[in-house]
Design a binder for this molecule. Sequence first.
Ligand code: ADP
Length: 626
Amino acid sequence: MAIFKNLSIRTKIILLIVIVSTINIILASLVQYYYERLLYNLEIKQKLSILSNVIGDSNTGAITFNNKKESLDYLSSLKTDEDVQGAIILLPDSSLFAEFKNSESLHTPKYNIPLKSDTTIFDHNILISSKPIYLEGEIIATLRIAYSLSEYKKKEKQYISVMLYIVGLSIVTGTFLALLFQGGITRPIFKLYHVMNRISFKKDYSIRSEIKSRDEVGKLASGFNFMIEQIEQQNNELKTAKNQSDTALKTKEKFLANMTHELRTPLTSIVGLSSLLEETELNHEQKEYLENIKHSSDHLLAIINDLLEFSKLGTGKLQLEKSQFSIHKTIERIERSMEFELKNRKLDFITSIEESIPHFVIGDEYRLTQILINLVGNAIKFTPTGSIRIEVKNLTDDNDTIVVEFAVIDTGIGIIEEKQELIFESFTQESSDTNRKYGGTGLGLAITKQLVEIQDGKIKVKSKKGEGSSFIFTIPYQKRQTTDSDKYKDQLISLENSKILLVDDNPMNLLFAKSMLDKNHFITETCNSGDDALQKLKVGNYHLILLDLHMPKMDGYELSRIIRSFGDKEKSNTPIIALTAAATLNEIKKCFDSGMNDYLIKPFKKEELLTKIISLLLNFPRKKDD
Ligand code: ADP
């Protein structure tokens, strides 16, 4: 049955027609066969009965007078019928009275089998009829006639072979006719199938199936057309709705972008004017009002900036930068920009960057800064006491790319588990209470998430209510292939903002050296005498001192000795480079004797100065944050 189910409709129709017509023909032939057989039996029995009656009646006299010759003559009249094999007359005591054989060679029938007096039996191919012969109501003898059925059997065989021939012929013609007519049923089904395929592949819902009949296939096609019509209508409605919603979205985004721009301009003036106002003479009350104005406008500006960023992200207008930057520096800058808030809130700030993180990567520094500022800003906002930690790890690292994992971990109020997924959605805060207590728009994390994702990164949060939160995100960065000159530049960049004290009595020398150092982002302070330098060294901390040897009053050697004798180990060990015009061996020896670390002969080249500074700063690693 399963095989039949999977056959094509064409094959099914052909099989059905052939099987049904064959069964019909066989049934009809069988009925015909049995009917013919029944007729023949009746006919032959009737014939034998008449023969028996005629022969029996004519033999009554011969039997009564025991005239066997006359009896045989009567029996011999059966010779005319070829199918009669023989006949006997038995007396009531079963003794043979007369016998006739149509041919000697013929098989002798079994006359002597016990038989009722008036009956007919079949014995193989022979029919034996037994008839009593009466005289005045009394049985005087029995006539038995043997009748051959071989002629009948021959006819029967012929009949069966004709029947088989007819069955064969009907299978062939049935198949032929089925093949001829099945197309009328299967062709419309195939057409419908092709129309369906065309619609699916072309996604063209305007195509319809042709309806050529009113039968089931015609109904199927019209039902199908109706269904496609409805789909087409729905599609059109959806397209219109989508267009409308796209236009509405674009209008909304444009409005948001325009409005935020418009709002920013006057707000920037308010912020700027407030700063100018701060510089003027103000009484205590006015100062307090101004403080409030500044706080509110800063807050408003932050919200508008968030909205602007959000609208840019929505319209896909954001372009990613791809330039070389230092993750270390970015984090340092963030710490510096948050310094005030951190001190205000008495929060510790800890950073840990895995050693394998390269100094330079290629990516979008601005976006990383934005993400970190958002997360650190939130951490500060939601952490009443404790610490904020930034951890940077190297997740995977191959020749070209490095996947960096950043974690901003706080010891703040935490977020309940059910809300941890939701807070990344726009305008969502942990609870309605959050806005009242902490303010905010619920946009920060939505923007942060998008900023991470447009850089092919992922962000997640781990948090426990009351125990703090960790926001963890990854960003893949391209690695930079470094050369020697890159290395030199990297070192210079990594030493940016080192504080250098420049001591020289010649203003031209001071100007020359300072401009060189400024260009390379060192923080340089200058003084033109040893006394001045000592004053500065007392209050400030420097990573390196550039010291002219020949100055009036206190010379470089003396100043160096005084520095080396400072009680504060950190200050007394500050590396010193001597600047001298006369590089005699004696002078160089004196330099080292008075505790200086290196020397430069004037006029020196920029590279010479920078190389010496780099080497000393790297050998005397600076303390952070001084
Ligand atoms: P906003 O800070 O403007 O409300 P955000 O999208 O930055 O919007 O944050 C959404 C919400 O997530 C916050 O309102 C707060 O409930 C929760 N949240 C974010 N960061 C922290 C954190 N570090 N600790 C506790 N809750 C946080």
